[in-house]
Design a protein around this ligand. Sequence first.
Ligand code: HEM
Length: 160
Amino acid sequence: MATARMCVLFVVLSTTLSEDFKLKYKAANKPVRLFTEEELKRHDGTEEGQPLYMAVKGVVFDVTKGKEFYGKDAPYNALVGKDSTRAVAKMSLDPADLTSDVTGLTEEQLESLESVFEGTYKTKYPIVGYTASRILTADGSPDKDFKPEDQPHFQIKDEF
Ligand code: HEM
């Protein structure tokens, strides 16, 4: 647990202090999309030339510029091509944690998830879309908590 905390701290600090921080205030240059699981899977680094995408909390990030982490044969490759919320929260690469399911996570893991989501992903990588789970609830009705305009790169003209 202590090691996981240290890792989170290190990750957040190292990425927050990098010059990529400026990205937070840049507009997206591609339209924001809704991703199916299959579409996301195509961006797991297997197909040569495809950008690398991964989702955290249903937000799809283009992590191509972090290919030393996420590319084919890189240490965190297992996280890409899917929603890896649980793995990020737990700092785990266990296949069972490669899911968007947050059931039973501890307060500490949820806090850790928030800090990596804000401090690393939203700060460092452009948002290219959302998964259906971000926009819809489990029964298929619209998720009232979804506010695309809260996303740092969101522009109405890009979304629709
Ligand atoms: C104790 C073992 C670990 C060490 C020493 C470690 C080390 C690091 C280092 C040095 C960075 C990077 C920094 C940078 O240059 O920006 C990093 C980033 C990261 N690590 Fe780990 N790591 C460990 C375990 C894990 C595990 C098990 C996961 C599972 C999810 C994980 C997920 C991440 C993520 C998501 C990033 C951010 C990459 C990015 O900037 O996109 N780490 N880690």
